[in-house]
Design a protein around this ligand. Structure first.
Ligand SMILES: Cc1ncc(C[n+]2csc(CCOP(=O)(O)OP(=O)(O)O)c2C)c(N)n1
Length: 566
């Protein structure tokens, strides 16, 4: 079949099952857009390319499929960079297609030229600059394969305009053949046996689960392992959803804003079973004092993660689901031969910490963000709900007070910490999961970074709910200045200048509401959730509320500030 390069791209995307692309067109991508007109693939016109990348990222997180975004050459492509970096840091599979200036003028500083593959090199799993249109079908097949297998991540395809216009004999490859790219899926049997033995022998074990559990679809296996071994589970921010936070064995999130009990358990454990987690500094605190008594089993699909930050005693490279499955079998076998160490005293100790140091906040004063998240949780916990977040205090309150029970329902920028992620992620998630209630818990600063795309939500009639924790501050930075810079606030006050978010919502055709008192929270949320429109609830929270507990940056996990009681 004779097709232009652009038609070949679109046809290949169809073959990959792509349903939606988030993008903005431009000169270099016009041939692709012309071909896209003829396709059933929906193109969502965004108002900024960063947001297009975040939306494709949110779509991927919510569905487990590869998200696709598209931008033109030069400024279109450079605007994608933050979104690509964000997906890279959180191991999210997206394919970003960028237009490039025609091949004869590449390198001449042509109009809207940027070295897109060069600029994005450190933040993609792989990239292509396609100079021959005949390569396009193979490149697209490979891009989807690379993005979604092994440790997932973004793949970039840069397509010069003349390549899109060239005519080729189209044939889509059936399979990929990539020598040198062979992710390991099955864990090593001997290491799995060692791990099972260590679990049987440990007196104070703890499971530390990250986003890799969600990526590999290992939540059921994780739950089985935890219940079988009666080991408590703590998760990272990215791991929220890997293990039900309502489960008696759940310790919630650990780390800088984790629960006191998860952090105490980490300080005292003698065996960490790390699954799909990378010992990020937000988790470990001061590395030299992290889990000083623990041996470490580290399960990860990416061999480069093992031993990167902490010494690993039993490494197991492979897919978390397959490894946990084998680990459970190995554990049962060893158990049949002997006895598990009695860890009742340890579990009693952990449960005591849980009882003694629950997440809590001062109830007196004005409108509390924690209370708002509690109300959102209470209203939606029994419904299919996806929570997205901005970055800052809002993100941590959401993580602390919304108990996530299912994978792919808490979407937050973990690795890069990108303000502005929440709203576009909600857009992507709502496209991927039209059945779900999608709520973006956001910051006034974060939302202002991407607020133009409220238009996208409204135009596409997305019933997303944006709950703004409006403190008129770059709140998390203000908190750090308060706690670690002697209350010397500088460059954090967004007042004056905070827009009237109700009017902003209305300007775009969304519904806007403002709440200032606790008793207004529930009715507003009920109305928003029931509404088929995009709704923005501007919550005027107490301006100087802090997120506690907190481990100061660079401090040991044992030294938590605040959150000890009301
Ligand atoms: C793009 C970007 N710029 C700067 C930062 C640094 N930063 C981290 S949290 C924060 C404040 C966030 O303010 P807001 O969105 O209002 O949320 P709040 O902390 O008040 O809930 C800033 C500036 C960041 N994470 N991302």
């Amino acid at each position: 079949m004779k097709l232009t390069g652009a038609q070949a791209i679109v046809k290949s995307l169809e073959k990959e099952g792509v349903k939606v692309i988030f993008g903005i067109p431009g000169g270099a991508t016009l041939p692709i857009y012309d071909a896209l007109r003829e396709s059933k693939i929906k193109h969502i016109l965004m108002r900024h390319e960063q947001v297009a990348a975040h939306a494709s990222d949110g779509y991927a997180r919510a569905t487990g499929k590869v998200g696709v975004c598209m931008a033109t050459s030069g400024p279109g492509a450079t605007n994608l960079v933050t979104g690509i970096a964000n997906a890279y840091m959180d191991s999210i599979p997206i394919v970003a297609i960028t237009g490039q200036v025609p091949t004869p003028v590449i390198g001449t500083d042509a109009f809207q030229e940027a070295d897109t593959t060069g600029i994005t090199l450190p933040i993609v799993k792989h990239s292509y600059l396609v100079k021959d249109a005949n390569e396009l079908p193979r490149v697209i097949k490979e891009a989807f394969y690379i993005a979604s297998t092994g440790r997932p991540g973004p793949v970039l395809i840069d397509v010069p305009r003349d390549v899109s216009q060239a005519v080729i004999n189209y044939k889509y490859p059936e399979s990929v053949d990539l020598s040198g790219y062979k992710p390991t899926y099955r864990g090593h049997a001997k290491q799995i046996k060692q791990a099972a033995k260590a679990i049987v022998e440990a007196e104070r074990p703890i499971i530390y689960a990250g986003g890799g559990v969600i990526t590999s679809g290992a939540s059921e296996e994780l739950k089985k392992l935890a219940e079988l071994t009666q080991i408590h589970v703590t998760t990272t921010l990215m791991g929220k959803g890997a293990f039900p936070e309502t489960h008696p064995l759940s310790l919630g999130m650990l780390g800088m804003h984790g629960t006191r009990y998860a952090n105490y358990a980490m300080c005292e454990t003698d065996l960490i079973i790390a699954v799909g987690a990378r010992f990020d500094d937000r988790v470990t605190g001061k590395l030299s004092t992290f889990a000083p008594k623990a041996r470490v089993i580290h399960i990860d699909i990416d061999p480069a993660e093992i031993g990167k930050n902490v010494t690993t005693h039993i490494p197991i490279v492979g897919d978390a689901r397959l490894i946990l499955h084998d680990l459970i079998a190995a554990f049962k076998k060893i158990l049949a031969e002997g006895k598990m160490v009695d860890r009742t005293p340890w579990n009693e100790q952990v449960d005591e910490w849980k009882k003694k140091y629950p997440l809590t906040y001062r109830k007196e004063g004005g409108l509390k963000p924690e209370f708002i998240v509690e109300q959102i949780y209470d209203l939606t916990k029994d419904k299919e709900t996806i929570i997205t977040t901005g970055v800052g205090q809002n993100q941590m309150w959401a993580a602390q007070y919304y108990k996530i029970t299912k994978p792919r329902t808490f979407l937050s920028s973990g690795g890069l910490g990108t303000m502005g992620f929440g709203m576009p992620a909600a857009i992507g998630a709502q496209f991927g999961r039209p059945d779900a209630i999608v709520i973006d818990i956001d910051g006034d600063g974060s939302l202002q970074m991407v607020s133009q795309d409220i238009a996208t939500a409204v135009v596409n009639k997305l019933p997303i709910n944006i709950v703004i924790m409006n403190n008129g501050y770059l709140g998390m930075v203000r908190q750090w200045q308060q706690l670690f810079y002697g209350h010397r606030y500088y460059a954090v006050d967004l007042m004056p200048g905070i827009p009237d978010f109700v009017k902003l919502a209305e300007a775009y055709g969304a519904k806007g509401m403002r709440i200032t008192k606790p008793e207004e929270v529930r009715p507003a949320l009920e109305e928003a959730i029931a509404s088929p429109m995009t709704v923005i609830i501007d919550c005027w929270i107490e301006r100087e509320e802090n997120v506690f507990p907190m481990v100061a940056p660079g401090a040991p996990l044992s030294q938590m500030i605040g959150g000890e009681g009301e």
